[in-house]
Design a protein around this ligand. Structure first.
Ligand code: SF4
Length: 676
């Protein structure tokens, strides 16, 4: 019997926990949490404990599929790529769009954006980070110089106040929650903003600010106003490391605290307690996620939390800062690699100078210099679409309208590991290798670059994403620009183009358990766990305040639609569910969608737990099982977004953040009735 223990990293959230896979005769038969891995130190959450079963699902795509007379037929790689190449030659830079994903590796994502820019001549390239964490870059690049997480995961334990802003951390990042528990055991206070009374509220928070969904800006303005009135701002830090305080002070002097209490629904004394606790801390660490940022005012919300951090001097030291918590395995890396219509790799902004840099680096001419279309715009405006690893037919707000647009696309290619909802609409479907079926790097939440080795062969004819794109580029006449024979060769090109990755090599990564944090400027540099120790990355090196006016959500309840509907995640499922719902032990925990309803509302509507109810908004309706619970306050309904049969995004509104183009999936008006 030939049994091996092969170290790898969990394929789910962006913590990047180590696991050992048990491999017997070329097949994975078990797994264990990796004890010596610095991220998880021998623990995994439920998803991480069940990381590999989906690999062996009968649904895996194994052959290229081409739609003929309305039905998919298996075909060869040669035939599928010839067809795609001939169709894409008909497309123009304006009407072609490439959508990558947070699940692609760095090497995959790099090759995808290069394909869009070099072969198709367009900046119409995006990834699903646009739909969740784009406010980080939009708000934090002007404020501090980078949208990435500012401290490392272990350093969170150094904080003496941890502000969890819209992140139900116990369900969404369980291994970071463990660090918050450890900080708490040493005396740290935990402030938590969430309209729901989640496990995080019950078991971790010292101060739960149960605000009305979408009122974060009003809450933070009130906190800052109290801090300034009490003289608790960090005057030395403000004087030496920031700009714009006078404008902020003048704005805060007009804040009406009574009005803030009414808007947020949080008692003023609790706001005061949170403000003083955060301001008096030595190291305050803001960890935030989509509950705070996935609003049409998401950029404003992130900007305002940055104001709070700068005001109290809680940035530029280990265990502090404002830290965006990207939810998927390569949420950071796919952005670093340039899968955004306004950034080339390394967050170099689209423009003449950047195009010139990459023309030299890639040996090409005429790279696009104007910003491309954003994710949702591409779905509506591009008749030629190439989608890898994501499912816009599930993950995008107002999804019924998106589906109608997708049905009209002239040519849609989908590259994935499973027949996703969007794959059902495709003209060509290409089978991709998954995480341990190829060698690659990813960049996890705290800018931690780790390498994953190939453990098993992909099924059938499935291939690594980068290989597929390079083969297609060759068919389209660009072999010399995509002549990569391994992911390692791609990574060498990344190192030359992306200064943050310059000192990271495959060789170094294969010896370093836990990887290296970028920026890493040279091969003898240890990496950078904490950002901005001496100065911010802004042109003048200072942190910049910018006052934020509160704006109410785009759609509020009324007589017709009297509830606020909000969406989120379950600990047992991952994103659109394509992997976890094919993992029996996870799927058995939560088999279908549900809506959380407060007992008061349930009683008025004569609804009991397990009743089927119809939820309706101005966009559409779904049927789900009711779960009556006081985890939601009266007037609020909560639906998880993992389930294709009860797609939460049928209901959500398509109002977009004007700067980041992120969608408002956390608030819309809804009604509910018992299904007869
Ligand atoms: Fe995997 Fe995230 Fe769970 Fe760690 S916390 S085991 S990375 S899902």
């Amino acid at each position: 019997m030939n049994i091996e223990y092969v170290p790898t990293i969990c394929p789910y959230c962006s913590c990047g926990c180590g696991i050992d896979l048990v491999v017997k005769d070329g097949k994975i038969i078990g797994q264990e949490a990796r004890k010596e891995h610095p991220v998880n130190q021998g623990a995994n959450c439920p998803k991480g404990k069940n990381a590999y079963e989906f690999l062996y699902s009968k649904d895996r795509l194994k052959m290229p599929l081409v739609r003929k007379n309305g039905k998919f037929k298996e075909t060869s790689w040669d035939e599928a790529l010839d067809l795609i190449s001939s169709k894409l030659k008909e497309a123009s830079p304006e009407n072609f769009g490439f959508i990558a994903s947070c699940r692609n590796s760095n090497e995959d994502a790099y090759v995808m954006q290069k394909f869009a820019r070099v072969v198709m001549g367009t900046n119409n390239v995006e990834y699903c980070g646009r739909l969740c964490h784009s406010p980080a870059a939009a708000a934090l690049i002007p404020a501090m110089g980078s949208g990435a997480m500012q401290t490392s995961q272990p350093e969170i334990e150094l904080a003496d106040c941890i502000f969890l802003a819209g992140v139900n951390i116990m369900e969404t990042f369980p291994l970071i929650a463990r660090r918050v528990f450890r900080a708490k055991a040493k005396g740290a206070k935990v402030i938590y903003t969430d309209p729901r009374k989640t496990a995080t509220a019950k078991h971790l928070a010292d101060i739960h600010l149960q605000l009305r969904s979408g009122t974060d800006a009003a809450l933070i303005n009130a906190m800052m106003s109290i801090i300034v009135a009490e003289g608790l701002e960090d005057k030395e830090f403000i004087a030496s490391r920031t700009a714009g305080i006078d404008e902020l002070r003048s704005f805060l002097s007009k804040i009406d605290l009574k009005q803030a209490e009414e808007i947020t629904g949080v008692p003023l004394e609790k706001i005061r307690e949170a403000a003083i606790t955060y301001a008096k801390a030595e190291r305050g660490c803001i960890l935030y996620d989509q509950g705070m940022s996935q609003h049409y005012v998401g950029t404003d919300n992130v900007r305002n939390h940055a104001n709070l951090a700068l005001l109290c001097g809680h940035a530029g030291k280990p265990g502090s800062g404002i830290n965006s918590m990207r939810g998927q395995i390569n949420g950071e890396g796919s952005g670093d690699m340039g899968c955004l219509c306004v950034f080339y790799p390394g967050f170099k902004r689209v423009g003449e100078e950047t195009a010139k840099f990459f023309e030299e680096a890639w040996g090409v001419n005429n790279l696009p210099t104007k910003p491309g279309l954003t994710y949702i715009d591409m779905l509506y405006k591009c008749p030629y679409l190439y989608v890898v690893g994501g499912d816009p037919a599930m993950a995008v707000p107002d999804v019924n309208n998106v589906k109608k647009a997708l049905e009209k696309v002239s040519f849609l290619v989908v590259q994935d590991i499973f027949p996703t909802e969007i794959a059902k609409l495709a003209h060509v479907v290409l089978p991709a290798a998954t995480w341990v079926e190829r060698e690659a790097t990813h960049t996890w939440i705290d800018r931690r670059v780790q390498k994953i080795n190939k453990v098993v062969d992909p099924p059938g004819e499935a291939k690594p994403d980068w290989w597929i794109i390079c083969q297609l580029a060759e068919k389209m006449g660009y072999k010399d620009k995509f002549d990569f024979s391994s992911s390692g060769e791609i990574f060498e090109e990344i190192r030359n183009c992306v200064p943050q990755y310059k000192g990271i090599t495959y060789e170094r990564l294969s010896h370093m358990i836990g990887g290296i944090h970028w920026p890493c400027p040279s091969e003898d540099h240890p990496g950078t766990p904490t950002m901005f120790l001496q100065k911010f990355n802004t042109p003048d090196g200072l942190g910049h305040f910018q006052a934020v006016e509160f704006k109410p959500p785009a759609e509020l309840p009324d007589d017709e639609y009297p509830y606020v509907l909000t969406t989120g995640r379950s600990i047992f499922h991952y994103h659109t569910g394509s992997m976890t719902r094919r993992t029996p032990r996870l799927n058995d925990e939560v088999r279908r969608g549900f809506v959380e309803v407060n007992p008061e509302d349930a009683s008025k509507a004569r609804i009991k737990s397990k009743d089927m109810v119809t939820l309706e908004t101005r966009r559409g309706n779904i049927e789900v099982e009711a779960k009556v619970t006081d985890e939601v306050p009266p007037g609020l309904l909560f639906v998880p977004f993992h389930f294709a049969e009860s797609r939460a995004n049928v209901l959500t509104i398509s109002a977009l953040d004007p700067s980041a183009k992120c969608a408002e999936t956390k608030v819309c008006a809804a009604r509910m009735k018992l299904k007869r």
